[in-house]
Design a protein around this ligand. Structure first.
Ligand code: XBP
Ligand code: MG
Length: 232
């Protein structure tokens, strides 16, 4: 039976979170809000996956100025839309590169007839901006199945996005391997029964990855045969 490799996006395909952090701050400035997320605060806020959920977490737990009294959901949605526009510009400027070994692993998997999928918390717009800027192609040209955060009821660490990827691939978990950068992502893939390789990133190094099948600095550190051995 066929095999598939399911990639996370942020922190896994590329170190994108500094770009996201800059985009959030540009959106806050554009909205006239006195909010600035520095690296330490952003590291704390990354406990919550999803940009809209992260903004809500900041509002509810850090009580910033400038929050409107009504329609908080619309306020957050509009703010996040501005952030997504800012992020696309940052990525298009070439400020974000693929992590080591990512390009090579995608090519090696395609040569061997592996199916490729994405299971991410971010949005289709962000994925396309990143892949267009780094691989010169839209996500759909390389990844047969693309499951994004807003398309499932619960974001990572819930398994929803990985279960949706298995469903759309039509494969059992043991015929897939997931690649992640964070504990939230590892928990999501593990709960879906998928063997997971973790390549910790700048914001996730030091997290606990006990459930991982393999933890490596980055994908250039492993042979394809090592990945093949992880399939059921
Ligand atoms: C990481 C996330 C995303 C990004 C920001 O996603 O949690 O929320 O931080 O992107 P991944 P959005 O599952 O790919 O690691 O603002 O579009 O959510
Ligand atoms: Mg990630």
């Amino acid at each position: 039976m066929e095999r598939a490799i399911i990639f996370d996006v942020d922190g896994t395909l590329a170190e994108t979170e500094e770009g996201h952090r800059r985009a959030f701050n540009l959106a806050f400035e554009e909205a006239g809000l006195p909010w600035r997320w520095d690296r330490d605060l952003y590291h704390q806020l990354l406990a919550v996956t999803g940009g809209k959920e992260r903004i809500r977490y900041f509002i509810e737990d850090f009580g910033p100025q400038g929050v409107p009294g009504d329609d908080l959901a619309e306020f957050i949605r509009a703010l996040h839309a501005g952030k997504t526009r800012a992020y696309a510009d940052i990525v298009k400027d070439g400020d974000v590169e693929l992590r080591p070994g990512v390009r090579e692993l995608i090519a090696a998997a395609r040569e061997r007839g592996y199916r490729l999928a994405i299971a991410t918390t971010t949005t289709p717009a962000n994925i396309d901006a990143l892949l267009q800027a780094t691989l010169g192609q839209p996500a759909r040209a390389l990844f047969e199945v693309i499951c994004t955060g807003d398309s499932v009821p619960r974001k990572k660490p819930a398994p929803d996005v990985y279960l949706r990827a298995l469903e759309e691939l039509g494969l059992p978990a043991e015929r897939c391997v997931a690649i992640e950068d964070s504990r939230n992502g590892l928990l999501a893939a593990h709960a879906a029964g998928i063997a997971t390789i973790v390549t910790p990133g700048v914001y996730t190094i030091g997290e606990t990855f006990d459930e991982a099948a393999l933890v490596v600095d980055d994908l250039s550190a492993i042979e394809f045969a090592t990945i093949e051995a992880l399939f059921g």
